[in-house]
Ligand binder design. Structure first.
Ligand SMILES: CC(C)(COP(=O)(O)OP(=O)(O)OC[C@H]1O[C@@H](n2cnc3c(N)ncnc32)[C@H](O)[C@@H]1OP(=O)(O)O)[C@@H](O)C(=O)NCCC(=O)NCCS
Length: 170
C-alpha cells in the first residue's frame, strides 16, 4: 500500500532499524498514548536481535514511525506484531499500513501467512487500522481475549484482545 501523497511523503524512508534508533523509538512511544512504554533496553533488543522483523520510518532522519514484532518461535507462519506507532505529525496518511505492508514484502516473511496483534477494546484507531489491512488483504479476522484484565493484569490494565488475521495469499 502506497503512502497518500503529501508535500513531504516522498521524504519518508522506511528501513530495517538499527540499535542507534532505539532511544528515538522509546521517546516516540512515550509520546504516543495509549501505547505502553517500554524500557530503553527492550527497544534496544527490538532494534538489534529483532531488527529483521521490525521497521522504522524516518522523515528528515527523524524517527516518525516504528513497528516491532517477531515470527512466533513455535508457529513460523505467524508474525506477532507487538507495537505499531506513528508520530502525530505523520498520522492519517497511510504510514502505519505502509510500514506493515512493507514488512510483509521482505524475504524473511516469505512463509508468513498470518498476522497477530493485541488491541485493547477502547483503541478504535488500532482496530480500524487492522480491519482496514484485513480488508485490503481479503483476509478474515478472529478476535478473542488473550490477556485478561483480571486474570493477567490484576485489574490494572484493560484486557488485550488477540486479532488473528489471515490467511494471507502470497
Ligand atoms: C494507530 C496508529 C498507528 C495509526 O497510524 P496512521 O499512520 O495514522 O494510520 P493509517 O493512516 O495507516 O490508517 C490506517 C487505517 O486506520 C484508520 N485510522 C487511523 N487512525 C484512526 C483514528 N484515530 N480513528 C479512526 N480510524 C483511524 C484510517 O482511517 C485507515 O483506515 P482506511 O484504510 O479504511 O482509510 C497511530 O494513530 C498511532 O500511533 N497511535 C498511537 C499508538 C497506538 O495506538 N498504536 C496501536 C496499538 S499497538
Amino acid at each position: 500500500m502506497a503512502l497518500e501523497p503529501t508535500e513531504d511523503s516522498d521524504k519518508i524512508k522506511l528501513g530495517v532499524p538499527q540499535s542507534t534508533d532505539a532511544s528515538a523509538v522509546n521517546l516516540l512511544i512515550q509520546n504516543s498514548p495509549p501505547l505502553d512504554t517500554n524500557s530503553l533496553y527492550c527497544n534496544l533488543l527490538q532494534t538489534s536481535h529483532f531488527a529483521n522483523t521490525a521497521i522504522v520510518a524516518k522523515l528528515n532522519d527523524q524517527v516518525v514511525g516504528f513497528v516491532s514484532g517477531y515470527i512466533k518461535p513455535e508457529q513460523p507462519d505467524t508474525y506477532f506484531l507487538w507495537q505499531v506507532v506513528v508520530g502525530e505529525q505523520a498520522r492519517g496518511r497511510g504510514l502505519a499500513k505502509h510500514m506493515i505492508t512493507a514488512l510483509f514484502e521482505r524475504d524473511n516473511f516469505r512463509d508468513v501467512h498470518w498476522l497477530e496483534t493485541t488491541i485493547t477494546p477502547d483503541n478504535t484507531a488500532s482496530q480500524r487500522l487492522f480491519k482496514s489491512l484485513a480488508s485490503d488483504w481479503q483476509a478474515s479476522i478472529d478476535v478473542q481475549v488473550f490477556f485478561d484484565k483480571h486474570a493477567h493484569f490484576a485489574g490494572q490494565h484493560e484486557s488485550e484482545e488477540l486479532y488473528r488475521i489471515g490467511p494471507l495469499q502470497r
